[in-house]
Ligand binder design. Structure first.
Ligand code: GTR
Length: 366
């Protein structure tokens, strides 16, 4: 049985016992009217003493103060990152003996990513699991992850994220009033459209939905397309009504957000691997004891392996499912024309030169 459950059962048992004792006392006061007046005062004193002891017991039996911490997640229940959030929440609740309780709110219940990030920064929401794409609007350094074709593979990306350089970027979030707890696997983002797309030229002139950040806008322009920034929750209806022609995301999002139903052409160019991050409000974090802060950090670190495992299984499953649903999936064989086309994006951002060097270094370290 979990610590938190055991505490709750103990609490309920105590309450039942206290109520029974209280009823017995009231009942015996009423029944004792036959006691001679000389003894009554003494009798009342005795019972008042028992009652005082009972009240003391009530105080001792009350639940220890519990801190409820909310976690905002854009994906629906059962999605790999959502399951990792749940696992993180479970570790925190268990390890704190129920003193800290993390409640996960999936499916945008607490708002779309940008709004959730703002709330976390203010301290109104304790945690959010988001893409580092929208986080770049709050902490410029994370914008490096939105640069195209910087990681050769998931392995290369993890080699960087697990390095001291990757950790430095996560720690740097504290300058923007966040605590970067850990990275989660984001898979690779590729394009999908309701029109057929098989090569670079097919992207020309398309209105493509992007996560709001400067680099994404520049990226679409470099590819000859036009960027339409909008929240994740609006993409499905915008594709359906042709407000946009295309979007881009990994296979799991393409499947679970139902985008595959309306944009049936998927072009695998893996232009971005934008790490997911689990972040905490610095305001909330600073209000906790050092022991609780360490416990939270450790629980987040311990949830990473679970997320990566769930992710790699679901990524393959999602790819197979959309194919089975009749989506046309084309794999880009030669990325060179894509890489050439996006050069202006790199030229416009010399501030990321250092991070790019570190990322290149991680390529040989993997
Ligand atoms: C997903 C990511 C979400 C969200 C979404 C989007 O891959 O997991 O956090 O950022 O993309 O495109 O808005």
């Amino acid at each position: 049985m979990r610590n938190a459950d055991a505490l709750r059962i103990k609490y309920i048992l105590n309450l039942v016992l206290i109520r029974a004792l209280f009823c017995w006392l009231v009942f015996s006061f009423m029944r004792d009217t036959h006691v001679p007046a000389t003894h009554r005062k003494e009798e009342i004193m005795k019972k008042a003493l028992v009652l005082a002891l009972v009240m003391l017991f009530v105080g001792a039996a009350s639940l220890p103060a519990q801190t409820v911490l909310k976690l905002a997640e854009t994906h629906p229940k059962g999605y790999p990152t959502e399951l990792a959030d749940e696992y993180f929440a479970q570790l925190v609740t268990e390890r704190s003996g129920g003193k800290l309780k993390v409640e996960v709110y999936p499916g945008n219940q607490l708002g779309e990513e940008k709004a959730a990030i703002e709330q976390v920064q203010l301290g109104a929401i304790a945690f959010t699991r988001v893409s580092s794409g929208p986080m770049a609007e709050f902490n410029k350094a994370l914008g490096a992850f939105s640069l195209p074709y910087i990681f050769d593979s998931g392995e290369h990306m993890w080699s960087y994220l697990n390095s001291a350089d990757g950790q430095k970027l996560l720690d740097g979030l504290s300058a923007s009033r966040f605590i970067g707890l850990c990275y989660y696997d984001p898979g690779a983002r590729s394009f999908y459209s309701y029109k057929p797309i098989e090569k670079l030229e097919d992207l020309k002139g398309l209105k493509i939905r992007v996560i709001q950040n400067t680099i994404n806008m520049e990226l679409m322009q470099a590819l000859g397309a036009s960027a339409t920034p909008m929240p994740y929750g609006q993409v499905f209806s915008s594709l359906q009504t042709h407000v946009i022609d295309a979007a881009e995301n990994n296979f799991p999002s393409y499947l679970t957000a139902n985008h595959y139903q309306v944009a049936k052409n998927y072009l695998v160019d893996a232009h971005q691997r934008v790490p997911e991050v689990l972040v905490m409000s610095k305001v909330v974090f600073d209000g906790l004891s050092k022991a609780d802060q360490d416990l939270i950090r450790q629980a987040a670190r311990d949830s990473v392996a679970r997320q990566r495992e769930l992710w790699s299984a679901f990524e393959k499953e999602a790819e197979a499912k959309v194919k089975a649903e009749g989506c046309v999936v084309t794999y880009v064989k030669d990325l060179t024309p894509f890489q050439k086309a996006v050069k202006p994006v790199f030229d416009a951002h010399p501030e990321y030169a250092e991070v790019l060097k570190d990322i290149a270094k991680a390529r040989s370290a993997k």
